[in-house]
Structures are given as C-alpha cells and as structure tokens.
Design a binder for this molecule. Structure first.
Ligand code: OSB
Ligand code: MG
Length: 369
C-alpha cells in the first residue's frame, strides 16, 4: 500500500442531546478524522474515539494527536505495508494508546479496500448484508424521561435497549422500565460504577431478565468480575477491561464474563478486533460492537466490523440522526426496524460529505511520505 500522505483533521461536533454516564455528561465531541492517501489519489478514512477528558480510558483527543504525530505516523513513514494486518504489528513497540493506533490503522484498512475496489466489510471477511442494532440511553433527569425515551426507541424498532446505570439510578429504575416493557430486550451499562461491596445490590438485577450487565466493576478489573459472575445469573459483558486478544483469553479463562463488547478503538484497531471476534467464535462467547458516539466515519467502520458472523447480539451503532443534526458522510447511517443495510460500495461504503467535513474542522495537519 504505497502511501503518499497522511492528513489529520481535528473536528468539533455537537451532539443533539447531552449524553450522561456514571462519570458525567458530555455534549461537545472533538476527535480526529485520519486520512491515508496513495499516489493514485485513493483516500482511506479513519476516526479517533478518545474523548477530551480521560473518564472512559486514559486516552484523550490530545494524547491521540501526540502519539499519532510523534510516534505512529513515523512508523508508517518508515515501513512498507503490504496488508493492513501488518499495521498493528508495526505499532507494538508503542505501548497501549490503542485509540491512537486504531485511528490510523482504520484509514489504512479503508485505503486498502478502496484500492482493491471491495467493501471494507468484505476485506475483513464479513458476510452479513444487514446488521441488527440497539440503542444506548444515557442517564436521564427523571424516570419518566427515561420511560418516554425508551418508548421512543422501542417504537423506532431498535432491537434492544441499553440503559446507563449508576448507584442511585439502577435497580428501582430498571424495575419500572421492565414493568412497562415486559418483552423488550433490555441491558444495563454501569461504566465501572460499582465494587464487590455492592454484590447483594447487583444480585437484585437478576430478577429483571436483563440480556446482560455491562462493566459493573472497575475499568481495569477482570478478577472481581469473575467473583461477581459466579453469583449472578445475568451474563456479565466486559467493555472497559478488554484491550486485546490476551485480555479476552484471560477473562474467558477466569469466567469474568460471558459476553464481550468489542470496540475498535479500545482494542487498537480492526485487526485486533477481528482476532478477538475469531477467538470468541471458537470459544462460544457472544460478542457485539460497542460505540463511542462516533461520527459517520467511525460508524461506517463499526458497521463493516459487525458483518462478521459472531456479532450475534445487536450493537450500539445507532443511526446518524440519533446523535447529529448533520453527519459527515453521505448518505447518513439509516436504521430501519432496528436494522442497518450494509453498503456495498468500496471501502467504508459511504462518501465523505466534504462540505460538512470542512465545516466541522478546527485544525489540519499534513504529513508527507
Ligand atoms: O460504555 O459503551 C459505553 C458512549 C461513550 C462512552 C462509552 C460508552 C458509550 C455508550 C454509547 O454506551 C454508545 C454509542 O451510542 O455510541
Ligand atoms: Mg460500555
């Protein structure tokens, strides 16, 4: 893949509605759109997913830039790459910083698929023509607000409803939701808000027929989660704790979870995401694709990844209009009856809306090869 140039664009976009988790509320999103360009003018795109502050993981928008420009882009400039599979291997001397790595690797994957003239989904070995999606609902001001919001997305056809929880906004709230929606697939995401001291309380969730509970305990734990899973019927799903195939292997071996949320950024790119998918497939562990409130490019990457067959639970990749007044791709991601039709154009399968891209760009950097 003879690359001629990498472009980094920092974008700033405002979410339609603020999004609240156990850590706080965000509404403005800053991130990088990465672009890998070859001599023929083919353009591959990626998107960074770290937030401006390190509440979800240690990475931020600013650390992403630092690591990309001072380390990772230099590695791309100095090495010949024949297949995007090689990028994560080349990046291994740089520890962690998975979101920075994934942002660049994603652009290389898209460029590779476009040069071959095939969809990114096909380049990854994906088979599904459509993918099932659910929705993640942030913590609401009141239970009534939550019930109204759930009703809205159930009506819209989303295949499962994920509800953010935290101490003080959990069992009682979910009980009301379950009472009103007895047959809807519902799950909860705690974003690591509990400890083993809360075991008795968390066990009350077992009565609510939840599809799973996501990351109840510490962001860096897989040991306590095994203790919790041993005394809960509800499957535990790990998000924050899983950064690699190695983490996946250890979590499965310990019995820390029954389900894994795969996020491309958190695991360092599509190549590692596919490895985790394949390993979970071999071991009968369900996976689904998580979200990081992405704009269109990141959303397109999530859709391509989700075409792999072990993504057998609905993901968090909702339609563009759930997040943005205007997205940066054309057409936007459309969800109908809880399903996204996978695009069959080459690469990420969506065109970049150049005007929108320009409108949201607050900084540009170019690196020539
Ligand atoms: O924990 O899955 C999470 C959003 C930001 C950071 C972490 C998470 C989330 C979500 C929303 O749950 C996913 C999405 O709609 O993109
Ligand atoms: Mg989560």
């Amino acid at each position: 893949i003879p690359m001629k140039q990498i472009k980094l664009r920092k974008l700033k976009m405002r979410l339609k509605d603020p999004f609240t988790t156990s850590f706080g509320t965000m509404q403005d999103k800053e991130f990088y759109i990465t672009e890998a360009i070859d001599a023929d003018g083919n353009r591959g795109f990626g998107e960074s997913v770290a937030f401006t502050s390190p509440w979800y993981s240690e990475e931020t928008v600013q650390t992403n830039l630092h690591v990309m420009e001072d380390f990772l882009i230099k590695i791309l400039q100095e090495n010949e790459i024949n297949h995007p599979n090689e990028v994560s291997e080349l990046f291994t001397p740089i520890k962690r910083n998975n979101m920075a790595k994934a942002a660049l690797e994603g652009a290389v994957w898209d460029l590779y698929a476009k040069r071959k003239g095939i969809p990114l989904a096909e380049a990854l070995g994906g088979e599904k023509q459509e993918i099932d999606v659910g929705i993640s609902i942030g913590i609401q001001p009141t239970v009534n607000d939550l019930l109204t919001t759930v009703e809205h997305y159930v009506q819209a056809g989303y295949k499962r409803i994920k509800i953010k929880i935290k101490p003080g906004w959990d069992v009682d709230v979910l009980r009301e939701v379950r009472a009103q929606f007895p047959h809807t697939p519902i799950m909860a995401d705690a974003n690591s808000a509990y400890t083993l001291k809360d075991i008795k309380h968390l066990q009350k969730l077992d009565d609510l027929n939840l599809t799973m509970i996501e990351q109840p305990l510490a962001h860096d734990d897989i040991v306590d989660h095994a203790e919790l899973q041993a005394v809960m019927k509800t499957p535990i799903c790990l998000d924050e704790s899983i950064h690699s195939l190695e983490d996946t292997r250890k979590a499965i071996q310990l019995g820390s979870c029954k389900i894994i949320n795969i996020k491309i950024g958190r695991v360092g790119g599509l190549t590692e995401a596919k490895r985790i998918h394949d390993y979970c497939q071999e071991h009968g562990i369900a996976v689904w694709c998580g979200g990081m409130l992405e704009a269109g490019v990141g959303r397109a990457h999530n859709i391509a990844l989700t075409t792999l067959t072990q993504f057998n639970l609905p993901g968090d990749t909702a339609g563009s209009s759930r997040y943005w007044e205007k997205d940066i791709i054309n057409p936007e991601v459309i969800v109908e009856n809880g399903v996204i039709k996978v695009p069959n154009k080459s690469g990420i399968g969506y065109d970049i809306d150049e005007d929108a891209l320009e409108e949201f760009t607050i900084e540009k950097k170019v690196f020539n090869f």
